[in-house]
Design a binder for this molecule. Structure first.
Ligand code: GSH
Length: 209
């Protein structure tokens, strides 16, 4: 069985959402894991084998550790084929890979630099910035596309909409993006994850936020 180290209401929640969407919750042992939170609560969990004590971490049956949300999502969508992701060789596979890696390599750094108020020519040269990221998202959602991969919700939507679903005030004030974030947030698995995480926090002796 696979093992997922998961801290409720964190970046690993999107992996739980994906497992629900893939109908693969029964294939994974979900280990509730503590992490240091920005409000000062929580602490590094000595039972979490992630080299930095972070979540998510997926461990395979062979004991291989997979870290980074996009790598874990790619592994899971390949392992549990569905309409959430194109298979190797299928149309749209290149776009799918590009969206997953664009999230980690470009969007999240640009987003964090903006939140931190950081600006430097080296950052701009490497990552560009949020205006360029927003333009890329708008282009991806162009031509009447409901979702990034076309007319249905995909793992790419789940990953890329996640920061805007956590911090709605950070959603770019562009109708096509706001509408897409709302469509992603309305997916039934989002609500199921919120219920799962609230119960998980209670099980950990924490008050659901
Ligand atoms: N790039 C990683 C980031 C993982 C990450 O930063 N996770 C946070 C939870 S939202 C964490 O584990 N923080 C605990 C810590 O920093 O010690 C991913 O997307 O998987």
């Amino acid at each position: 069985m696979l093992t997922l180290y998961h801290a409720p209401k964190s970046r690993s929640s999107r992996i739980v959402t994906l497992l629900m969407a893939l109908d693969a919750m029964s294939e994974v042992d979900i280990r509730l894991t503590d992490i240091p939170r920005q409000d000062g609560s929580g602490a590094r969990d000595p039972n979490n084998p992630h080299p930095e004590g972070k979540v998510p971490l997926l461990v395979t049956e062979d004991g291989e550790m997979i870290r980074e949300s996009n790598a874990i999502m790619l592994y899971l969508t390949d392992r549990f084929p569905s309409d959430l992701a194109p298979a190797v060789g299928a149309p749209g596979r290149g776009a799918y890979l590009s969206w997953l890696f664009w999230y980690g390599n470009v969007l999240e750094p640009a987003y964090v630099h903006q939140i931190a108020g950081l600006s430097h020519p080296a950052l701009t040269a490497t990552f560009r910035g949020m205006p360029e990221a927003v333009a890329y998202l708008v282009a991806g959602l162009g031509e009447g596309r409901e979702f990034l991969m076309g007319d249905h919700f995909s793992a790419a939507d789940l990953l890329i909409a996640s920061p805007f679903l956590w911090f709605p005030e950070a959603t770019p004030d562009v109708p096509v993006i706001r509408d897409w974030v709302a469509r992603c947030g309305a997916e039934p698995v989002m609500k199921e994850t919120a219920i799962f995480d609230a119960k998980a926090l209670q099980d950990m002796g924490r008050v659901p936020v």
